[in-house]
Design a protein around this ligand. Structure first.
Ligand SMILES: Cc1ncc(COP(=O)(O)O)c(C=O)c1O
Length: 400
């Protein structure tokens, strides 16, 4: 069975589900898993997750939660202690001023984003999405009935988004703007001034600003900033956060939103009719992550910077591959446009498919992120794997 439904299958399904596609990154992971099951030796630059194990003190908190029978339903939005911890962590790190009622814990940042978009966006509403975008933005908006309006970021400017670019895309139908800094897939980081300017614009136009800050702690350009640092515009700001990348907890599924109380209440209503609370045990682990020492983040960040420099230098040494230096997250987004068209390839997807099959290197093609000449490389892996993958890519492109 393939992940893509046939026309006959689609007829049986809702119009709503037929509007979206399976996440491009998950599709790659599935394909790689199949090859691996068949014994293939792959270098995995596909997975968007830290290669570090979850820190011990976080795992220990979950074990203790089980032993203490903390295994029942909690409040739909997460326990009071967890919501207080999320709000406090955010306030300590970004000088924000949220209260418990303005916070909801969800089953990952993606879930928080899904809930936020679904309580805000109606049929025909426009949502501004900078390109390249994280794969799920487009589909979540479309699932809600909205229309993504794309704003192209300039590769020559390191894919950096500015307030002026957003201003041009606002129309009377604009309901929300999505920001994602640091960005998946480009690693671009917005300036605090542009973030502020966009928050001000959203406030003045009565538009919501959904700021996906899942990589906010993986900013290598300077001090990490949250749009919620400015309280003046908070009535329009929804911050989406996640413990997945920050604490190497992708499988645990814990994310959150910070937003005005009426929006949090609506998200809570939606969550109460779908997943209910995030797993109780995970909430205890998250509590430990947020309240205990934060050194693990600094350690991981230091390693990511080394890995980034290694992968960017290696990519730029491959003829026909150009890679701007990402300023955050753990992705490189090299331009491989010079190779598209060689060896019968027609697209970045063809290149990625052949890189996987012929060179055993897993990447994600740029089409899923809204660009046609790139592949995404996740460098959250061992340095030796980066070297092995780069070597294979070099040979592959030379022979294409
Ligand atoms: C930009 C962005 N937002 C949100 C998420 C969701 O992360 P999670 O649902 O694991 O918290 C991801 C995961 O890859 C991401 O890249």
């Amino acid at each position: 069975m393939t992940a893509v439904a046939t026309q006959a299958e689609k007829k049986q399904l809702s119009e709503r589900i037929n509007r979206i596609e399976i996440s491009a990154t998950l599709a790659v992971v599935n394909e790689a898993e199949k090859l691996r099951a068949g014994g293939a030796d792959l270098v995995d630059f596909g997975a968007g997750e830290p290669h570090f194990p979850t820190p011990l003190h976080i795992k220990q908190a979950a074990i203790e939660a089980i032993q203490a029978n903390y295994t029942r339903y909690t409040a739909v939005a997460g326990s009071a202690e967890l919501r207080d911890a999320i709000v406090k962590r955010h306030s300590l790190d970004f000088s924000s001023h949220y209260k418990r009622e303005e916070c909801i814990a969800s089953v990952g940042g993606k879930h928080a984003l899904f809930n936020a978009i679904n309580v805000l966006v109606d049929h025909g509403d426009e949502v501004i999405v900078p390109v390249p975008y994280w794969v799920s933005f487009k589909d979540i908006i479309q699932y809600a009935g909205g229309k993504p309006v794309y704003v192209e970021c300039d590769e020559a400017q390191g894919f950096r988004l500015t307030a002026a670019m957003i201003a041009k895309a606002i129309t009377p139908r604009t309901k929300a703007i999505i920001l994602n800094s640091p960005s998946n897939p480009s690693g671009a980081v917005m300036s605090a001034a542009d973030q502020d300017e966009i928050a001000k614009m959203a406030h003045e136009h009565g538009i919501y600003l959904v700021s996906d800050e899942c990589y906010v702690y993986l900013n290598y350009a300077g001090k990490a900033t949250s749009v919620a640092e400015r309280t003046d515009y908070r009535d329009r700001i929804i911050v989406i956060g996640s413990l997945s990348k920050t604490y190497a907890m992708t499988g645990w599924r814990l994310g959150y939103a910070l937003a005005p109380e009426p929006i949090v209440k609506a998200m809570q209503k939606l969550q109460s009719q779908s997943t209910s609370n995030p797993t109780s045990i995970v909430q205890k682990a998250a509590l430990a992550a947020l309240t205990m020492h934060q050194d693990c983040i600094d350690d991981m960040r230091a390693e990511y910077i080394e890995l980034r420099d290694r992968v960017v230098a290696g990519l730029n040494a491959i003829p026909g591959v150009k890679c701007v230096k990402p300023q955050g997250a753990f992705y490189a987004y090299p331009n491989i446009g010079a190779h598209v068209g060689k060896g019968g390839t027609k697209s970045a997807s063809d290149i990625a498919a052949r890189l996987l099959r012929e060179a055993g290197v897993v990447t994600v093609p740029g089409e899923g992120f809204g660009t046609r000449e790139h592949i995404r490389i996740s460098y959250a892996t061992k340095a030796s794997e980066i070297d092995r993958g780069l070597e294979r890519m070099k040979k592959f492109f030379a022979a294409l």
